[in-house]
Design a protein around this ligand. Structure first.
Ligand code: PMP
Length: 319
């Protein structure tokens, strides 16, 4: 990861990738107080563009504000920096990770005068998930680790330290032979996967948890709008129990990196068995709502808008 060509954007300047250094006493390294984003750029019919970069950048600015980490850069400047990061590195299909962190001016929780820094790294992502993997989807285990509580952490902020909880859940599930962890909120209702939001389909209606304990995912929002506007589906945001996932007709997770991935099995239950869904490990049906939403999401992110998706063209920012 260290020894390679490329440029990182750091506080308004360009840093050669292999020269990037951070002091060992960097405050965020010690306490996890910082925030970040995961943004994607796609190369498609309309050239290279960032997908929903304004929404990601707003979430980053909101996270920093909520954490009381004042930024020296406006959202417009940060969007431009992300665009330049693609150009300078000659990237087309890329993942970008803008990160806000505290400097090394002091140690301890009471440290004063900490400086707030912003860095942007971008790298080639290619297709990330193959079409086969996107059709086979995931087998998940409900985690014994609870997701965040509104009075324990800032659930709207994408805070670095939150990912300790995600990794505990994911690592436990992976060690037990599963692909993903399903996380419940502290009251036992479905929250999200380790780094993705969750949806279920039952009797033609889509349901997804309210954003109380899960991240307000931008892919979640894209999928809600595509389902409503392009497929005419009803979408309900509400409390969901784990047995509703067991007995759903279909289920899937959403995230910038994962896009839409079918959830095929939870705690050993074959999701959609009653509705005739193929067994876990086999591709999902082409005509399923999950597959239709996957195709719409694929088209909209790659700029293949057509008449049905033209209303979403402002989600694309040319690089
Ligand atoms: N929840 C968590 C905990 C995540 O880390 C992510 C990925 N950013 C998501 C949900 C999905 O959010 P988005 O669609 O904005 O990538």
């Amino acid at each position: 990861l260290y020894d390679r060509d490329g440029w990182l954007w750091h506080d308004g300047e360009w840093l050669a990738w292999r020269d990037a250094r951070t002091h060992l006493l960097t405050h965020t390294l010690h306490y996890g107080m910082g925030c970040f984003e995961g943004v994607r750029a796609y190369h498609g019919e309309r050239g290279t563009h960032l997908f929903r970069v304004a929404e990601h950048t707003r979430r980053l600015a909101d996270s920093a504000h909520a954490l009381d980490m004042p930024l020296d850069f406006s959202e417009a400047e940060l969007i431009e920096a992300q665009r330049l990061c693609l150009k300078k590195n000659g990237l087309a299909n890329a993942y970008l990770k803008p990160t806000v962190y505290f400097g090394a001016e002091g140690l301890g929780l009471r440290a004063k005068g900490l400086t707030v820094h912003v860095m942007i790294a971008a790298w080639d992502l290619g297709d990330y998930i193959s079409p086969e993997a996107a059709s086979i989807g995931l087998r998940a285990l409900t985690s014994s680790w609870s997701r965040h509580h509104v009075n324990i952490s800032l659930c709207r902020a994408k805070t670095n330290g939150h990912y300790v909880n995600s990794m505990l859940a994911l690592n436990t599930a992976v060690k037990a032979g599963f692909d993903e962890a399903l996380m419940l909120d502290p009251e036992g209702y479905v929250a999200e996967a380790s780094a993705a939001n969750v949806f279920l389909l039952r009797d033609g209606v889509l349901h997804t948890p309210e954003i109380t304990s899960c991240l307000q995912g931008i892919t979640r929002d894209s999928v809600i709008r595509l389902a409503r506007d392009a497929l005419g589906l009803e979408v309900r945001e509400r409390r969901i129990t784990r047995d509703e996932l067991y007995t759903a007709d279909e289920a899937f997770v959403t995230g910038t990196a994962a896009e839409l991935l079918p959830l095929r099995e939870l705690d050993g239950r074959h999701i959609g068995a009653r509705a005739g869904a193929p067994p876990p490990g086999r591709p999902i049906a082409e005509g399923s709502v999950t597959a239709r939403l996957q195709r719409l999401y694929r088209r909209v992110t790659r700029g293949e808008l057509g008449d049905d998706l033209v209303a979403f063209r402002n989600w694309l920012t040319p690089a």
